[in-house]
Structure formats: structure tokens, C-alpha cells
Write a protein that binds this ligand. Structure first.
Ligand SMILES: *Cc1c(COP(=O)(O)O)cnc(C)c1O
Length: 429
């Protein structure tokens, strides 16, 4: 069977389910949060996906964040094509890695040294190990609804697919390990102070998404991030910003640039790979130097710093800087927000946005942490989602995922989408 020639998502999904658990290689793709079956994509260009059936969809998932210039952006494709001519992987140092490291350190000033990995999960996992190795402590603090990849210690009250599927804690994570993770509500500084008091001298790290975007999207309240920074400094705890989703997206230097907070370590991913599998983590040199081969904390990767992935990421970052992508995206975001808010008027909905990330909660709001996010009307969201999809607009297939704008979304696209949103809101209310 030549699956590449198949033009029917249903048939492909039937075949996939026989050989891939749930038919997908990442759970949230399975549409369980909204019901129904996923569509298969043949190609993508700009802000549009083309399904195997040949349907075009305006895409607000952007491969879950990386496609900030839209899909198959010419400078990125060209860079990959050029790099591929020179070979796909060497297993030795290559010049692209040095340029990537320089670029990251320039764009994210809290990062003095950086190491490349292959996914966001690897980045957060490595940050946790490094923080433990650096401090000689075992416990970590994370926040409910923050998703940091499928790392054992971090799959406790996690967001994203772990939330959508109603299994906040994964089977297979040893109780002994989960016990080392202290989980607190986001935006609740007194809870963090209390946790420090109860675990005095034991907290290696606090890890958080400074702008949580895996339970929809909500923002840090004024003073929360600074409060965490102060507590970590006082307690000798490593402050880890998981900016896998936000760095190079919300601003050149991510949420830490916007909120003016200097974390000790930063986990990066998504935009940095231009669509190829890449992650990175970095921060204070004093901490990073504990990594092998200089230090005792082991971390490695056969394909880390892969020349194609580096070339793709560098091309994407360069293009973002060239076109001042962040200013462009803020404008696009504001346009999108105005149109959506107009469509939402007088309905129990809460629209939240920062830069090119957004979420429409099906509830009155406010939404400041997981418990509030959870009170959204998911059945109504699912109906809205399917209506939009039928009308050619693809939002993330879960109430608890952020939407992403790209520089490829034009004012005309957004007008089309506003009409679709308006129509489908009227249908579900
Ligand atoms: C996507 C994401 C991850 C995990 O990255 P993968 O590349 O999927 O492993 C970690 N943290 C945050 C905040 C993310 O959004």
C-alpha cells in the first residue's frame, strides 16, 4: 500500500490505528478533546494547510508554535536545502552550532552558555537534572497546568495533552519520583512561600512557563514572576523558565524580555528549529559549566546541533529579525483580537492574547490559573471547533491549547476568519 498516495484521512487513520498507538505520534493530534477524527495533511504553505483530500484550511496551530513565519517559509526551506547538500549529520562539531549558540546568547541575554538538544522535552529534562546537580537538592516546584514535555518528574498536574485527556498524572511515573515534585497553583505567591517554608533547603528548582500556554493561555499577575525570582535568589534555588513555546515568539528574548525577569536557566524549542526537531537549554555559565564533559552532570545527544536543524532555525531567526517579525506579529495579533472580541461581544467568552498567542475560553472569566481554565464549557468549544473546521479554519483541537498567529496571516485571511468565528459563535450559543 502506498500511503503517500492515499487521499482519504479516514482510511489513513484506520491504517494508522493498527500500527501506531491511538493512530498518532503525539496524543493531542488525536482530537480526543473535541471528538471526531483528525485530518491528514499533505502539505502546508504560508498560513494554510492542504489536507490529503485537497481541502485548504487556514491554520492557527502552526505545527504547535514553530511556524512563526508560516509554513515552508522560503528562507528556511532554502537554508535547509543548502545545508543538506553538505551532509545531514556529522557527529562532530559543525560551524552552524557555534553560530546558533552566539545567536541565542545575543537574543536571550540571561543565556551565557547554551546546549542544543532535539526537543523541548529534552531541554526541560536537562534543566531539571542540571539544577539538581548544581544545588545538590532533589525537590522541584512546578505549577498546575504548566506543561514541560513528557519528563517523568514534570508529568504531575501537567497541561496540554496530559490535561485534555483527563489523566493529569501519567501511569509509569514512580510515586517516589512524583513525590519530589511539589505542585502549586499558578499566580499564587503565598503558596510558593509556604512550600519553601515546608521544604526548607530542599528545593533545587522552580520550573514554570512564564506565560502558561498549555491550559489555554493566561498571564502572570503583576509581581508574580519577580516574586519567584526573589524567592529563588533568597533560597539558592534555580529559577527555570520553560520558554519552549514563548522564546523568539513573544519577543526576541521571550517572556523574560517582556516581563524583565532574569531566570537562571531557560528551556527553548519550537520556533528555534524552524520546523525541524530542535530544543536548547542555557543560562548562567556557572551552572551550565556543570555539564559534561567539564562537569559531573551528564547530558548528550547523537543528533544534537544537527546541521540541518541549526540551518533551519538560524534562517528563521534571521528572517524574523530582518522583517521585525515581533512588531509585525503584535499588529496582526491586535487586528485579530479586535475582530474576535467584536464577535464575542455579550457572550460568556474570555479572549486572552499576548503577541501572536491567544486563547478563546468558553466561559465568563477571569482565567488566571488552571482551576479557572477548567471551568470552560468544553462541549460548546468542541461544537465551535468543528464548525470552524468545516468552514476552513483550523484552531487547536482542544480548549486547553493556545492558538498561534504567523507573519503569513494576512489582514484578508483574518477577515475571512472573523466571519467564520462570528458565524460559528452564533451557531453554538
Ligand atoms: C511544547 C512544549 C514542551 C515540549 O516540547 P517538545 O518539543 O514537544 O518535547 C515543553 N514546554 C513547553 C512550554 C511547551 O510548550
Amino acid at each position: 500500500m502506498d500511503y503517500a498516495m492515499m487521499k482519504n484521512s479516514r482510511e489513513l487513520f484506520e491504517a494508522a490505528k493498527k500500527r501506531i498507538p491511538g493512530g498518532v505520534n503525539s496524543p493531542v493530534r488525536a482530537f480526543r478533546g473535541v471528538g471526531g477524527e483528525p485530518f491528514f495533511v499533505k502539505s502546508a504553505k504560508g498560513c494554510r494547510l492542504t489536507t490529503v483530500e485537497g481541502r485548504e484550511l487556514i491554520d492557527f496551530v502552526g505545527t504547535w508554535g514553530p511556524a512563526i513565519l508560516g509554513h515552508a517559509a522560503e528562507p528556511v526551506i532554502e537554508a535547509v536545502r543548502e545545508a543538506a547538500k553538505g551532509g545531514l549529520s556529522f557527529g562532530t562539531p559543525n560551524p552552524f552550532e557555534v553560530e546558533m549558540a552566539e545567536t541565542i546568547c545575543r537574543m536571550v541575554p540571561s543565556v551565557e552558555k547554551v546546549r542544543m538538544v532535539n526537543s523541548g522535552t529534552e531541554a526541560t529534562m536537562s534543566c531539571i537534572r542540571l539544577a539538581r546537580g548544581f544545588t545538590g537538592r532533589n525537590k522541584i516546584i512546578k505549577f498546575e497546568g504548566c506543561y514541560h514535555g513528557h519528563v517523568d518528574s514534570l508529568l504531575v498536574k501537567a497541561g496540554s495533552g496530559a490535561l485534555t485527556h483527563g489523566h493529569p498524572d501519567s501511569a509509569g511515573v514512580p510515586e517516589e519520583l512524583a513525590k519530589l515534585t511539589v505542585t502549586l497553583p499558578f499566580n499564587d505567591l503565598p503558596a510558593v512561600e509556604a512550600a519553601f517554608a515546608a521544604n526548607s533547603g530542599e528545593i533545587a528548582a522552580i520550573i514554570l512557563e512564564p506565560v502558561p500556554a498549555n491550559a489555554g493561555l493566561y498571564l502572570p499577575l503583576p509581581g508574580f514572576l519577580q516574586g519567584l525570582r526573589d524567592l529563588c535568589t533568597r533560597e539558592g534555588t534555580v529559577l527555570i523558565f520553560d520558554e519552549v513555546m514563548t522564546v523568539f515568539r513573544l519577543a526576541r528574548g521571550g517572556a523574560q524580555e517582556i516581563f524583565k525577569i532574569t531566570p537562571d536557566l531557560t528551556a527553548m524549542g519550537k520556533v528555534i528549529g524552524g520546523g525541524l526537531p530542535v530544543g536548547a537549554f542555557g543560562g548562567r555559565a556557572e551552572i551550565m559549566d556543570r555539564l559534561s564533559p567539564d562537569g559531573p552532570v551528564y547530558q548528550a545527544g547523537t543528533l544534537s546541533g544537527n546541521p540541518l536543524a541549526m540551518a533551519a532555525g538560524l534562517a528563521q531567526l534571521r528572517e524574523l529579525e530582518r522583517i521585525d517579525g515581533w512588531a509585525h506579529l503584535e499588529k496582526t495579533g491586535a487586528t485579530f483580537e479586535a475582530a474576535t472580541r467584536a464577535a464575542c461581544a455579550n457572550r460568556p467568552l474570555t479572549f486572552q492574547r499576548i503577541g501572536s498567542m491567544f486563547c478563546l475560553y468558553f466561559q465568563e472569566g477571569p482565567v488566571r490559573h488552571l482551576a479557572e481554565a477548567m471551568s470552560s464549557d468544553r462541549a460548546r468549544f468542541a461544537k465551535f471547533f468543528h464548525g470552524c473546521l468545516e468552514d476552513g479554519v483550523y484552531f487547536a483541537p482542544s480548549q486547553f491549547e493556545a492558538g498561534f498567529l504567523s507573519t503569513a496571516h494576512t489582514p484578508a485571511d483574518l477577515e475571512t476568519v472573523a466571519a467564520v468565528v462570528e458565524k460559528n459563535l452564533a451557531r453554538v450559543f
